[in-house]
Design a protein. Structure first.
Length: 238
């Protein structure tokens, strides 16, 4: 009697014996009372997908900003199932600009403010909004093992500050890349506010404004008073 065992190398899975032995139990005993033939069968293991990169990987602004999120799967892009992206200062879907794209249905989902469900969903390119951002135009670019999700995002003023860009990919077998930090983005709001009127001759008026801009290095708003002619009032923003 001999003991027969099968051990898979990295990247492979033992799927069972055929011949004089059967099943996936290993090791097994084989009685050698004559010539015997045993075959150990192996299959390539499912390799997890990857959340590769985001372009641009850094920057600032409110948008609309076009982002390209690159995902990959060793078994081909068609094995990708759900692709995730998130902008937030922390690794949380709460109070975030966080979304999911399902490749098979071509639907995109935007998380609600609590991060517990969906604020909206629809075909890729649908306009979806929560208190942090609005998702706009979208498309995908597949190529071999890669799939690029092209998405235009406009951020909300209330979401101001430095954010990380997180990505995750799941394949058809639910293997996951895990959440990966792939970039940074600073949401920079711009606000005009009129504070004073004073006469300057009978046909011309002067208007002073508070002008606030976000200083990403100092991590705070920077104040400056500026002047604009009355016939060139700026559009108010929030």
């Amino acid at each position: 009697m001999v003991s027969v065992s099968a051990t898979a190398n990295t990247g492979y899975t033992f799927t069972g014996f055929t011949g004089a032995l059967t099943g996936t139990t290993t090791p097994q005993n084989l009685t050698m009372n004559g010539p015997k033939s045993v075959t150990a069968n192996f299959a390539v293991s499912n390799q997890p997908p990857q959340a590769v990169s985001v372009t641009p990987s850094s920057g600032s602004g409110m948008g609309p900003q076009a982002f390209q999120f690159l995902y990959s799967d060793p078994d081909g892009y068609a094995n990708l199932a759900s692709l995730y992206g998130r902008f937030n200062a922390t690794a949380s879907d709460a109070s975030a600009c966080s979304f999911r794209y399902d490749r098979a249905t071509n639907n995109i989902y935007l998380y609600n403010d609590a991060g517990t469900g969906w604020a909206g969903s629809g075909p890729l390119g649908s306009q979806l909004t929560n208190s942090q951002c609005t998702l706009g135009a979208g498309s995908t670019t597949p190529s071999g093992t890669n799939l690029t999700l092209n998405l235009t995002i406009t951020f909300k003023t209330a979401f101001a500050g430095a954010k990380n860009t997180y990505m995750q990919a799941l394949d058809a077998a639910s293997a996951s890349s895990g959440w990966q930090t792939r970039g940074t983005w600073t949401v920079v709001p711009t606000t005009w506010k009129g504070i004073n009127y004073s006469p300057r001759r009978h046909s011309y008026f002067r208007m002073l404004y508070d002008w606030y801009t976000w200083d990403s290095i100092a991590g705070k708003y920077v104040y400056q008073m500026v002047e604009s002619p009355a016939d060139r009032f700026p559009h108010a923003t929030t």
